[in-house]
Design a protein around this ligand. Structure first.
Ligand SMILES: Nc1nc2c(c(=O)[nH]1)N[C@H]1C(S)=C(S)[C@@H](COP(=O)(O)O)O[C@H]1N2
Ligand SMILES: [Mo]
Length: 488
C-alpha cells in the first residue's frame, strides 16, 4: 500500500468536479442536439459541416423551400443528453448552472494547490517527463504495470497535468468564445479561434477528450491497485478490497442519482427548473454582461451567403393581405406607457434616421451568420414616443403565431436604447425578405437570435412583463424554457 496522503480538500474537490463535469457533458450533448452539426467556418453553411449527428438534409436556398433551423434539431436519448428529447432550454440551464459551480470548485482547487505544496506533485518540473512518460506508456503497452509513482507515474502526471491545467481552461476559453455578448464586446476574442464555429467545434473535441480521459482514468483506477486507489482518493488512507468496492459502488450511485434526478425533474417540471436555476444564473449573467457595449466589426465581404431562417412566416389572413399589398397599409403601433403613442408607416420609418450595421448573428441552437442590417435605431423611436418613467421593459409583438401563441419578446430599456438596437427594414441592402421578418424586425446585437422578433406588429412599453403571455419574458422563454437573458 502506498499512502499518498491527499489532503481532504483535494479529495473533496475531485468528487465535486466529477459531479459537475458529468452534468456538463450530458447537458452539452443536449445543446449539441439543437444543431447536431459542426463547422469550421462562421457561415455555418448547410452541407459544409465536418461532422454531423443527423441524417436530415436541407437546400441552401430558401426560395426552393422555406425551412427553419428548428427543423434541424434532433431528439437525443436521455441516456446521453440532459435531459434529452429536444430540450435545449433545459440543457442550457444545467450547463450554465454547472459551469458556475465547476469554475468555483476549480478556482478553489487551484488556489489551495498553489498555496500548499500540493502543486509540486502535479506540475512536472523537468522536460525529462516526456521520455519518462513515453517509457511508462511502453510498459502499459506490453500489458505490465509500471512501478507506482509518488504520487503519480510519469504518464499519469503528464495526463493529469494536461487535464487540470490545459483541457479545463481550454473548455472555458472555447465556451466563452461562443457568447454573442463577449463577441460583441471583444470582437477579436472569437478570432483567436478563427470564429465562433471553430470554437464550437473545439469545445466539442475538448468534450470528447474529457470523455476519453474519464473512461481511461476509471479503467486504470480499477485495473491497477484498486483498493489502494479507492482508499487514497476517498478516505486518504489505506483500505481493504471489500471497502474499496463499497466506496466505488456508493460513488457511482451518488453520481447516477444526481443525474437521474436532474433528468427527471427537467422533463417533468421544466418551468420550476427554468426559474430555480435561472435565479442562480441570472444575477451572474447580469453582472458579467449587463452593460456590455457591442462594436461594429465586420465588413461587407464578410457577409454570409446563406443566412438561415428561424420561425415560419406568419400565416394569418391579416399578414397575407399586408404582404400582398407590399405593406402599404402596414403601420407599426407603438403604445403602452408612453406620452405619445405612434402609428408609423414603412415610408415614415424609412424617412427617419437610418443605422446600418454588419454584425454576427448567433442562434441559440448554435449556428452563426453575418449580415448587414439597416433600419431605425430603437432609441430614435423612443425619443419620439417619450416613454413614461414607469416604463421599464419594451415588448415586441409579432404577426406570427407559433406553438399556439403570438410570438413576442421582451427587452429592458437599457438594451432598447443601445445604439445597435435597431428596427431593421433592410437586410444586405435589400428590403427585408419575408423569411427574415418583412416588413420589420428587431436587431439586438449582444443577444442570441431568439430575442430579435420578426414580422413586428406592435411595440409596447410596460412596467413589468409578468402578466404578458406566460410571464417568462418572451415566447421562447414561455414555450421552450429559454433564459430571459440571451448574452450567452
Ligand atoms: N416572430 C418570430 N421572430 C423570430 C423567431 C420566430 O420564430 N418568430 N425566431 C427567432 C430566432 S430563434 C432566430 S435565431 C432569429 C432568426 O432570424 P433569421 O430568420 O433572420 O435568421 O429570429 C428570431 N425571431
Ligand atoms: Mo434561434
Amino acid at each position: 500500500m502506498v499512502a499518498l496522503d491527499f489532503p481532504f480538500w483535494v479529495r473533496f474537490a475531485h468528487f465535486i468536479n466529477l459531479i459537475f463535469i458529468t452534468l456538463l457533458i450530458r447537458s452539452g450533448i443536449e445543446i449539441l442536439s439543437a444543431l447536431p452539426k459542426l463547422y469550421w467556418h462562421d457561415h455555418a453553411t448547410p452541407g459544409r459541416e465536418w461532422i454531423k449527428f443527423t441524417k436530415k438534409v436541407f437546400p441552401s436556398d430558401l426560395k426552393k423551400r422555406v425551412w427553419i433551423s428548428l427543423e434541424e434539431e434532433e431528439s437525443f436519448s436521455s441516456w446521453i443528453a440532459l435531459p434529452g428529447h429536444k430540450n435545449l432550454g433545459m440543457g442550457r440551464h444545467w450547463h450554465f448552472f454547472s459551469i458556475l459551480f465547476w469554475i468555483i470548485n476549480g478556482a478553489a482547487y487551484y488556489i489551495l494547490l498553489f498555496t500548499s505544496n500540493e502543486w509540486a506533485r502535479l506540475v512536472p518540473t523537468s522536460l525529462d517527463i516526456f521520455p519518462q512518460a513515453f517509457h511508462t506508456a511502453m510498459i502499459y503497452a506490453s500489458f505490465h504495470f509500471p512501478p507506482a509513482g509518488n504520487p503519480y507515474n510519469p504518464l499519469q502526471l503528464l495526463s493529469y497535468f494536461g487535464v487540470v491545467f490545459l483541457l479545463g481552461p481550454f473548455m472555458i476559453a472555447t465556451g466563452a468564445a461562443m457568447s454573442p455578448a463577449i463577441g460583441a464586446r471583444f470582437p477579436k476574442y472569437p478570432k483567436i479561434f478563427r470564429g465562433r464555429q471553430v470554437a464550437r467545434s473545439l469545445h466539442f473535441l475538448g468534450m470528447c477528450a474529457f470523455v476519453l480521459f474519464i473512461i481511461v482514468h476509471l479503467a486504470m483506477v480499477i485495473a491497477e491497485r484498486f483498493p489502494d486507489n479507492m482508499g487514497n482518493i476517498f478516505l486518504g488512507q489505506e483500505t481493504s478490497l471489500g471497502i474499496a468496492i463499497g466506496i466505488f459502488a456508493l460513488f457511482v450511485l451518488v453520481v447516477v442519482a444526481v443525474h437521474v434526478w436532474a433528468t427527471g425533474i427537467s422533463l417533468r417540471r421544466p418551468r420550476a427548473v427554468q426559474n430555480k436555476l435561472g435565479a442562480i444564473i441570472d444575477p451572474v449573467r447580469r453582472t458579467l454582461f449587463g452593460s456590455i457595449v457591442p462594436r461594429p466589426f465586420f465588413s461587407k465581404s464578410d457577409v454570409t451567403p446563406f443566412f438561415r431562417a428561424n420561425g415560419y412566416p406568419p400565416e394569418t389572413q391579416e399578414y397575407n393581405e399586408l404582404l400582398e399589398s407590399d405593406f402599404i397599409n402596414w403601420k407599426l403601433k407603438v403604445h403602452g406607457l408612453v406620452e405619445k403613442p405612434l402609428e408609423l408607416s414603412l415610408p415614415e420609418l424609412r424617412a427617419m434616421k437610418m443605422e446600418v450595421q454588419i454584425t454576427e448573428h448567433s442562434c441559440i441552437q448554435g449556428w452563426t451568420a453575418i449580415g448587414q442590417w439597416g433600419g431605425v435605431p430603437m432609441n430614435y423611436v423612443i425619443s419620439l414616443c417619450n416613454p413614461k418613467s414607469k416604463a421599464r421593459y419594451v415588448v415586441f409583438y409579432s404577426y406570427q403565431y407559433t406553438d399556439g401563441a403570438q410570438f413576442y419578446e421582451v427587452i429592458n430599456m437599457e438594451l432598447a436604447k443601445h445604439y445597435q438596437t435597431i428596427l431593421a427594414y433592410e437586410m444586405n441592402g435589400e428590403p427585408l425578405p419575408v423569411p427574415h421578418g418583412a416588413p420589420l424586425r428587431l436587431r439586438v446585437e449582444t443577444q442570441l437570435g431568439y430575442k430579435m422578433v420578426k414580422w413586428i406588429k406592435s411595440i409596447e412599453f410596460v412596467a413589468d412583463y409578468r402578466n404578458i403571455g406566460m410571464g417568462q419574458g418572451g415566447h421562447r422563454e414561455d414555450h421552450m424554457y429559454y433564459d430571459l437573458g440571451a448574452e450567452i
